[in-house]
Ligand binder design. Structure first.
Ligand SMILES: C[S@@+](CC[C@H](N)C(=O)[O-])C[C@H]1O[C@@H](n2cnc3c(N)ncnc32)[C@H](O)[C@@H]1O
Length: 357
């Protein structure tokens, strides 16, 4: 999907454009309500429902439920049957996109991330003035769990097939007794997916965020993989051990000192091992305005990743839009010989890089 960025020649067109953006922002805020209050899930499992029935099922107030239902049907997110009392239902496909946490179409966590970040606006404004940051820990549960939820389906459904298509990497991961590090593992979905795909491997997930490590342990236990997937709190700067493979999924751009992190990874990988960085599939900086991926990534960068990366100083302040040339510069400075892009296409908004020792 590509929505043309604004190129307008007069004030009215600019006003209309911003008005359209405001409607989109309202949609995001309302989706967050529907997600967090359990309204979409109730409609998906028991709809069509009246406002009173929805409120009753979800422990919410019927007057607010009615307002939200009306707003959602007015905006096209729900269908109203026109009866008295009116019953509301999710149109085809909406239940999957808004409630199915295993589906690649699942999109509600994006609203949670954006709304959650916006609740930190006073701290963000302060950071923008002072050059300080807003850490991942300050961003809190909305950031950590929406991040985990957004990436989970991709790891669960696509990671194994993607890696199988890269013989060099697949061969290393499939070694008997392979030990794999998942640096900045978050809630552990990538670690679990690696363990599922490579039954002889042992996975060590490392993250600086204690609540994420706790959740990752719970997730691995629930998957029946706690014997082969272990998690420990730690700073990526201090990764040590000896690994056949080291991954860092969508996190290098958050690191205040990415070169030092990559140096630690280079020291910790076996000479015949592999280091893989999955990060945003942004271009090398072409003409502006940019495409939707870059617009989204600059959005994450403004409100989440750059302030997080700046929250620990000194910081190089990478931001979400870590271009291939930037990554290559970091990798060479960290002592890697080369960086290549792996032939993994259509993996969400991501690109996979192999860093060669
Ligand atoms: C954008 S999230 C990505 C999480 C996970 N890899 C995923 O793909 O969902 C970035 C993660 O980096 C972790 N992180 C940030 N700085 C770190 C550091 N210095 N050492 C270890 N983890 C760090 C955060 O706690 C967070 O879990």
């Amino acid at each position: 999907m590509t929505i043309s960025p604004p190129v307008h020649a007069n004030a009215d067109d600019w006003t209309e454009h911003v008005f359209g953006a405001a409607l989109g922002a309202i949609d995001i805020l309302a989706i967050h309500l529907g997600d967090r209050l359990g309204w979409y899930r109730a409609l998906a499992s028991a709809g069509p429902l009246t406002a009173d029935e929805l409120a009753d099922r979800t422990g919410t107030h019927p007057r607010y439920a009615r307002e939200w239902l009306e707003q959602q049907s007015t905006s096209g997110y729900l269908e109203a049957d026109g009866g008295l009392p009116t019953r509301f239902s999710l149109p085809p496909g909406a239940a999957e996109a808004l409630t199915d946490e295993r589906s690649l179409a699942y999109i509600s966590p994006l609203a949670r991330m954006l709304v959650g970040a916006a609740t930190h606006m006073p701290a963000l404004l302060d950071a923008y003035r002072t050059g300080h940051g807003v850490s991942w820990d300050q961003m809190g549960d909305d950031a950590r769990w929406s991040q985990a939820a957004m990436n989970r389906p991709w790891f669960e459904q696509m990671l194994a097939g993607a890696l199988e298509g890269v013989p060099d990497v697949h061969g290393v991961l499939g070694r008997a007794d392979a030990v794999i590090a998942d640096v900045a593992c978050g809630a552990g979905w990538s670690s679990i997916a690696l363990a599922d795909a490579y039954p002889a491997a042992r996975i060590v997930g490392i993250d600086i965020d204690e609540p994420s490590i706790e959740r990752a342990r719970e997730n691995a236990a629930a998957a029946g993989l706690a014997d082969r997937v272990t998690f420990r709190p730690g700073d990526a700067l201090a990764v040590d051990g000896t690994y056949d493979a080291i991954f860092i999924f969508e996190a290098l751009h958050d690191m205040p000192r990415p070169v030092e992190v990559l140096e630690a990874m280079r020291r910790a990988v076996k000479p015949d091992g592999v280091v893989v960085v999955m990060d945003e599939a942004v271009g090398d900086g072409g003409p502006t305005p940019g495409d939707d991926v870059e617009r989204l990534m600059y959005g994450f960068s403004l409100f989440v990743c750059l302030p997080d990366g700046m929250s620990s100083q000194p910081s190089v302040g990478t931001g979400t839009v870590m271009r291939p040339s930037t990554l290559k510069g970091y990798a060479l400075e960290a002592g890697f010989a080369d960086v290549t892009t792996l032939p993994i296409e259509d993996f969400g908004f991501f690109r996979f890089y192999q860093l060669h020792v």
